[in-house]
Write a new protein. Structure first.
Length: 135
């Protein structure tokens, strides 16, 4: 193990209270930088699991929600793009049907503990800065 240059651990980013993510309910949106560019992420609870993805359809990079925070189809079984109708598995982000082909949603790792949900930055997905938030 190299102790001279330890790999820094990402700082968990507070997202919301666990109770804010109701089962198959409205998602919580948040600002990120994806490859240095402003983007939105969203988190929701599905089958008891908190999951998060970049709010970007794999078919055409556009935001997918029907209305603010509404990502699930009418049966609340799948994430569905409001623009293209691409359908994704909520637990994996994998494309199920539609123009997304073999692509899927970009996953954002979550950490849930002590009644709070945090998201985990990566090299590609970082916290938004004050001057690079989406209005």
């Amino acid at each position: 193990m190299n102790t001279e240059n330890p790999v820094p651990q990402p700082v968990l980013q507070p997202l919301c209270a666990s109770d804010d993510l109701q089962e198959r309910g409205r998602a919580v949106a948040f600002d990120v930088l994806q490859y240095g560019e402003p983007a939105r992420g969203f988190a929701l609870r599905f089958d008891g699991q908190a999951v998060a993805y970049l709010n970007r359809c794999a078919h055409v990079p556009t935001e997918m929600d029907w209305q603010e925070g509404e990502f699930l189809d009418g049966d609340k079984s799948y994430i569905m793009c409001s623009i293209h109708g691409a359908v994704y598995d909520p637990l994996t982000g994998r494309c199920v049907t539609g123009m997304c082909g073999r692509s899927g949603l970009t996953k954002i790792e979550l950490n849930e503990r002590n009644g709070q949900v945090f998201w985990v930055p990566t090299r590609d997905t970082r916290p938004a800065t004050k001057d690079k938030k989406i209005d």
